[in-house]
Write a protein that binds this ligand. Structure first.
Ligand SMILES: Cc1cc2nc3c(=O)[nH]c(=O)nc-3n(C[C@H](O)[C@H](O)[C@H](O)COP(=O)(O)OP(=O)(O)OC[C@H]3O[C@@H](n4cnc5c(N)ncnc54)[C@H](O)[C@@H]3O)c2cc1C
Length: 392
């Protein structure tokens, strides 16, 4: 197993249930925590139940407020109640990526994890896969044989590059960038758990409010010169992208970026592969099908994909090829559907033009009016809860 993210740990739990003995190698020197806002949809919540992690999964949905939870800010700086990410059908659970990983981590006790380790070569033999592994700290290399290799090492997967071919063969370019990080504190004059959306043509800024945690911010913009975005200072780059948007929200978020201990800055892609396995090597999660953040289904599909892999292996204990076939056949329609809808959702995150911006605004306003005012939850406790339903 390569990668200690959501896909890697989900697959490890699935494999262990199917009677395998997973070994996870992870490039980072230690397990990461925190991360950005993630909305977990019903399929992901079901996979969490299937993997036995639901009771450990801490969710952070803000209590529904009488006034509004989400606001959009228009070009004149006026704030209006809006439909936010959490208002989507399926009532997504609000978590940080690290919340899902923490829950999975609790369930992989006993699984061997080797930090600071990466695969260098992967060579398949008739009955096993030989992997040359490298320790990051010393550069020492050693060979080891496994019955199967699971590449769960993210969008720029090394396993995919080594076994299936270069990134260019599989990564589609979306001419867009993202920057995600945690705010130290909420934008002044907003409630702590409010979400704020500023969606302009080609550039957008989202603040995701959480019940018991500082909000996280997502900056996303469209550009055709991806290479250029990685040159120079990131803060300066983003200040120039958002220049002219003279709004207190924009100012606060950009100032917060300067103080943030870390952030994610990357180009947006989708991974498209005709087949997710080759012999005894299989890819799962972003490595295989990265749908990208606009789909809002990456974490959900990683959980589901890992859990389903375990089930397929359990059902075909003596036939790896049949297990991988069954797994891919069952999962692919779900992945294809969400890869397709991501394009439309991108328009909701960051409209492609002034026209799309106006259309988005009219459409969401209409939906909001049709739905009417969202029912306010009773004066009871906040909607922070474990997936089992018990408050934590
Ligand atoms: C800003 C943002 C917002 C998102 N919002 C949502 C959302 O609302 N809903 C949702 O469902 N999804 C969302 N996603 C997507 C979701 O976070 C990802 O799809 C999911 O985390 C992918 O998990 P993964 O385990 O496949 O890959 P990763 O999280 O990329 O994990 C890969 C792991 O492999 C390790 N690794 C990499 N290379 C090597 C190597 N060579 N050797 C060893 N280890 C290696 C990495 O260190 C990492 O630990 C969002 C993503 C982003 C960026």
């Amino acid at each position: 197993m390569v990668g200690l993210g959501i896909a890697g740990m989900s697959a490890a739990i699935g494999l262990r249930r199917a009677g395998w003995t997973p070994v996870i190698v992870e490039r980072a020197p230690e397990r990461r925590t925190g991360g950005y806002f993630v909305g977990l949809f019903p399929e992901g919540r079901q996979a969490a139940v299937d993997l036995g992690i639901a009771d450990h999964l801490h969710t952070r949905n803000p209590q529904r407020a009488a006034r509004a939870n989400s606001w959009s800010v228009d070009r004149r700086g006026r704030r209006r109640p809006a439909l936010g990410f959490l208002d989507q059908p399926g009532e997504p659970a609000a978590v940080l990526r690290g919340d899902i990983e923490a829950a999975l981590w609790q369930n992989i006790t006993g699984v061997e994890v080797r930090f600071g380790t990466t695969p260098v070569t992967i060579t398949e033999g008739p009955a096993e896969v030989q992997v040359l592994l490298e320790k990051a700290d010393t550069g020492a290399q050693y060979r080891e044989s496994f019955d199967m290799v699971v590449g769960a090492d993210g969008m720029r997967s090394s396993v995919r590059r080594i076994v299936f071919g270069p990134d260019e063969d599989y990564l589609t370019t979306w001419n867009a960038m993202i920057c995600a990080f945690q705010l130290k504190e909420q934008v002044p004059s907003y409630e702590a758990s409010d979400s704020i959306i500023i969606a302009r043509a080609k550039r957008a800024m989202w603040v995701f409010g959480l019940a018991d945690h500082a909000p996280t911010a997502l900056l996303t913009y469209r550009t055709t010169d991806i290479q250029e975005q990685f040159s120079g200072s990131r803060v300066q780059r983003l200040r120039s992208v958002y220049s002219g948007m003279d709004d207190p929200v924009v100012r606060h978020v950009l100032d917060s970026l300067e103080e943030a201990p870390d952030h994610l800055f990357d180009s947006v892609h989708q991974v498209r592969m005709p087949r997710w396995s080759k012999g005894r090597v299989v890819l799962v999660g972003d490595a295989a099908w990265c749908m990208n953040l606009y789909s809002g289904m990456g974490a959900t599909s990683s959980l589901r994909g890992g859990a389903a892999l375990g089930v397929a292996l359990l059902e075909h204990p003596d036939d790896l090829a049949a297990a991988l076939d069954t797994w891919e056949t069952g999962l692919r329609p779900f992945i294809t559907k969400h890869q397709r809808t991501a394009r439309l959702k991108q328009q909701m995150f960051v409209p492609s033009s002034r026209r799309a911006e106006a259309l988005r605004s009219v459409l969401l306003g209409l939906i909001r009016r049709i739905r009417g005012r969202r029912p306010v939850t009773e004066a009871g406790g906040p909607r922070t809860r474990a997936l089992s339903g018990t408050s934590r």
